[in-house]
Design a protein around this ligand. Sequence first.
Ligand SMILES: Nc1ncnc2c1ncn2[C@@H]1O[C@H](COP(=O)(O)OP(=O)(O)OP(=O)(O)O)[C@@H](O)[C@H]1O
Ligand SMILES: [Mg+2]
Length: 293
Amino acid sequence: MIHTLSSDAFAGALRAPKVSGVSPLFRAKIRVNGQSVRCYVKPLPDLIECPATRRPVDNQEIINEALGYVLAEACDCRVPEVAGVILLEREKIPQQVVEKLKQVGAGPLQQNYLCWFSQDMNHPNLVQKHMGGINLDFLQQRRLKRLVKHLIEAPDTPKVIAFDDWLFNSDRHPGNLLASTPELTLIDHGRILIYPNWRPGKLGACGPGYTPSNRLRNFIDTHEPNWSAKLPKKSEMIMAYNAFAVSFRDRGEAAARTVLAEFFDALDIDAIIQLLQSRHDPAAYAKASGMFI
Ligand SMILES: Nc1ncnc2c1ncn2[C@@H]1O[C@H](COP(=O)(O)OP(=O)(O)OP(=O)(O)O)[C@@H](O)[C@H]1O
Ligand SMILES: [Mg+2]
């Protein structure tokens, strides 16, 4: 479940994050159900430039974050304990972050921003954990091996890959997984449905030359050839994928509909739900992944 909050719940910015990705991001305290929670906060502009047409289009990233979160939760993947959407006036956002917002949005600076927030889980991401603070080439190779080993040994890696296959997540690099144990914590679902320029019932598009693929599977296979094609990982992915259909029917669909109701009308919601369901054919999944059962 996610929280939808107004700016009254904002209790002040905290020290800037040690690492940040491409998005403007800051840390802040947010009051949720009477508790002050330390969070990562990602303000998202209403418009982005479509990489395919170079025109401004609606930015669906806040919906991606919310949908990815509730679906991961419904599929028993670990996610930050508290998360949601908060509407913040620009004055509440630290100045350096506003500067970055100027660069990523396709329109003028806004008075208010819808922000995705998630509780700071205090775990480093996998890149931070294994690659942080080194600049010697030979050490880098060793650390990279350690990072790949971590992913190979984490029990839920096949499930995370299958989850991203289902939702067409084009951005699950190891920086989007937190190094919690025994399960990894999934963060950053900003690029499910390929890219946040999707419209109801239709996948997004990254532009010419992009072929949809699973970044995490590719990353592991590059360093450990054929990892994903071997048993038992291959069957673990298929089994996890099959279980998503059941979780979606039992819990995920209702959670997704609640999130979508904040943004779309009934027809559009049905189109999005159908798109998610249409990908639940296990035989098609096995075939598409070159995994014959
Ligand atoms: N809830 C959280 N708990 C702990 N760390 C977090 C959390 N949310 C974000 N982070 C940290 O902040 C970093 C950037 O956050 P996030 O991945 O959401 O931003 P991004 O800029 O969209 O990333 P990308 O570069 O993958 O597009 C993460 O890699 C992670 O280290
Ligand atoms: Mg990220």
